[in-house]
Design a protein around this ligand. Structure first.
Ligand code: AMP
Length: 405
């Protein structure tokens, strides 16, 4: 094995660099596929077998994250460590550090992103705009916070939340006790419910040498809190796009992220953006229209379109950043739309893949997951076209053809 460094940026075919990925889902799979083209190998570590990443990686280690010896032995066999989901225990990054293996992004980034309270507090301290929120450790806390923030509000567990899991909407203060109970009394945050105009995100990469490359701002549409559609680029003003990129860059610099990171934003309506916000919490707002909802220090579902739509994909950027190689161009090649394929599509049996592939510009990605459950991300389809409207129309029609609609 070679040691990737900024001094020797060309992967050596005699001794290719090896990225060790903790986690084994579709993000690791697409990282491995992009890495292979660069002559970089991928090993994956997770408690599961025959995983989306493991199916295409050079090695798949199946062990508990709590098995410290297994973690140590895994990191000794790789040149750099990364993560394909945030909720890997902190000791994993610590062991890699002890073994002198580069961890990109560093354990400090995981620590912040693993917990909504730490994440929001970090963002506020960095002067970045966030949804008004308050920490909640008891029902009394929640009641006090609701009195300040007003309703509607959203109660979210501080830890282990994604795709709307661990969230309860509160429309009336009388629902506080039920909401607190529904989340099992865990540490949480409560946020104002934002009457946003759209949801947007930026995926960007930062190299070991501080270089920064952001993909264009995209628009995301969710169904049941799960991403359904991404449209690239977002159809917003150049000012909003520039502001989103500026905030993302600042965040990655202050948090000292090496790797790929996604920032999810709420775009407030143009007129009287404060109208939708409770006045007691105006201290949280910047003068702009963007609020940060969430960050993910890794490639993101809203960046999958970059595989076909950009000069360098988000996964190739991750491989480059993790191996201390120069970043590629994040320029967009064509307008693009990405639609997710959830397990719900399997309700009536195997989807009609031939029907989808009859759309010649529909690019299918399946993640190799054997069990299709409702809400589970099984794959996605990207279409590039002359305009985002055209790309979206084809992507939606192609997806509908899978189930004969
Ligand atoms: P999250 O897991 O925090 O990203 O939430 C998932 C989705 O729930 C978001 O993409 C939004 O569509 C919605 N959501 C979360 N928080 C809020 C909020 N404070 N106001 C309005 N919608 C929200």
């Amino acid at each position: 094995m070679s040691t990737p460094s900024s001094q020797s940026p060309i992967p050596n075919p005699q001794s290719p660099p090896v990225i060790g990925v903790f986690g084994s889902g579709q993000l690791g799979r697409m990282l491995a596929l992009a890495s292979h083209r660069l002559g970089i190998r991928v090993h994956t570590f997770s408690p599961e077998r025959d995983t989306p990443t493991g199916q295409v990686a050079e090695r798949e280690i199946c062990a508990s994250y709590d098995d410290r010896e297994a973690v140590r032995s895994f990191v000794r066999g790789v040149d750099a460590v990364t993560f394909e989901f945030e909720n890997v225990p902190a000791h994993v990054a610590e062991i890699a550090r002890e073994e002198g293996v580069a961890v990109r992004p560093g354990g400090h980034v995981l620590h912040v992103a693993q917990n909504r309270l730490r994440e929001k507090s970090f963002l506020v301290e960095a002067g970045l705009p966030v949804t008004p929120f308050a920490p909640v450790h008891s029902l009394a806390n929640l009641q006090t916070a609701l009195a300040q923030l007003g309703t509607p509000a959203v109660l979210k567990t501080a830890a282990f939340g994604y795709d709307g899991k661990g969230q309860v909407k509160i429309d009336d203060p009388a629902q506080a006790a039920a909401a607190w109970q529904a989340l099992g009394g865990q540490a949480a945050i409560v946020e104002s419910f934002v009457a946003f105009e759209r949801e947007l995100s930026v995926v960007a990469a930062r190299g070991v040498d501080d270089t920064f490359a952001a993909f264009p701002l995209v628009e995301n549409r969710h169904i049941n809190h799960i991403l359904d559609v991404t449209i690239a680029p977002a159809q917003v003003s150049a000012e909003v796009a520039a502001e989103a990129e500026r905030l993302t860059r600042r965040l990655m610099e202050v948090l000292d992220v090496v790797g790929v990171l996604c920032v999810e934003f709420f775009l407030l309506p143009e007129k009287n953006p404060r109208e939708s916000a409770p006045s007691a919490s105006s201290a949280f707002y910047s003068s702009g229209r963007l609020l940060i909802n969430e960050i993910a220090p890794r490639p993101h579902n809203s960046g999958h379109w970059t595989i076909e739509g950009a000069v360098t994909s988000q996964f190739e950027q991750q491989a480059r950043a993790v191996c201390a190689l120069p970043l590629g161009s994040s320029e967009q090649l064509r307008p693009a739309a990405m639609v997710n394929l959830l397990g719900d599509l399997w309700t009536q049996g195997e989807p009609d893949w031939a029907a989808l592939l009859a759309y010649p510009t529909a690019k299918l990605h399946l993640y190799g997951k054997s069990a299709a459950r409702p809400g589970r991300k099984m794959g996605h389809v990207t279409v590039t076209a002359q305009t985002v409207d055209e790309a979206l129309a084809i992507a939606l029609t192609a997806r509908a053809s899978l189930v004969g609609r």
